[in-house]
Design a protein around this ligand. Sequence first.
Ligand code: DHB
Length: 394
Amino acid sequence: MRTQVGIIGAGPAGLMLSHLLHLQGIESVIIEKRTREEIEGTIKAGVLEQGVVDLMKETGVGERLMREGQFHKGIELRFNGKGHRIDMHELTGGKYVTVYAQHEVIKDLVEARLKAGGEIIFNVGDVSLHDLDTNSPKIRYRKDKNGDLQEIDCDFIVGADGFHGPSRPSIPASVRKEYQKIYPFGWLGILAEAPQSSAELIYANHERGFALVSTRTPEIQRLYLQVDLNDTIANWSDDRIWSELHARLETHDGFKLIEGTIFEKDIVWPRSYICDPMQYGRLFIAGDAAHTVPPTGAKGLNLAVADVQVLSRGLDAFYKSGKTDLLERYTETCLRRVWNSERFSWYMTSMLHRFHDTTPFEQQMQLAELNYVTSSRAAATSLSENYVGLPMEW
Ligand code: DHB
């Protein structure tokens, strides 16, 4: 098989890239190790920046998002038993975020690709990358996990295969500079059938640990608790989860968390990670394959979409006029925005969680920071412009 751009991974980065390339008349093939049902059912954060929403609308995949997404103009930071609203809309000149789950974005993009005749090969195994430093790199994989070996001849390969995928390790270790921070806790997430307890997201700093109230739909709520590094879901009965959420979200003015039926529990392990460069020969890596952020602030999908927007412009220039300057600057262009989001996600994470070595002094520093961002217009504006998202070109 031959294609112009071979894409590994049908997550938001790979699918959005394939969609953008199609609109520019560039052909691509996506291979994905999971099945369609698996990618459409994997639960991830659901906060879209304005730039992502605009891009989806402009490229014809924003219809359901505009119908079913929830538009949030503010967030609440909760500490010392009191909530403080940050009016992001007012502070950023009218911007807001859209709560619309990642797997919904994936469903919309898969549908658009298949409708336009795009090729997505699901359920592949043994993916490997070859000849990256030539003009005809190749992807090999096995059909249906362990079937026949197949090969795709490409002009370019894009690794959008997540943190654990085979693309990044295909860049020789000698040219990779990696930056990493592992956080000493997990995030237990639940989905519950319950009415919304709050019209906006609540980020709570509590001495028992961080808690977050988010939402999926008016009937389904997404809530998170900071848990121990070695915790497992088995340690968290429904009763324990509700009682911990009540404790961490309690306010002096009687906030009422509405309980419901928990139908999903998962734990993620927050990590900050950056690989520099994001390109080697004819391989470009995008999204979580190149960088991950801790979840606080929900920047992951937004960064992935920004990467592939840069990449689609570079590939467009290459195919229309043979110019390679945008492609050559891919790492530099993306990492500027990536480092900023890394800083913001690390900042939000540091301000809101209990760390195993949090001393009384550090606890006071967190509270001073929270007091500052909720009292100073300048500080609240800084938090807001990062939360709603800096311009895609930043
Ligand atoms: C969600 C996740 C986050 O990490 C966050 O900061 C906000 C919302 C979510 O899953 O809805």
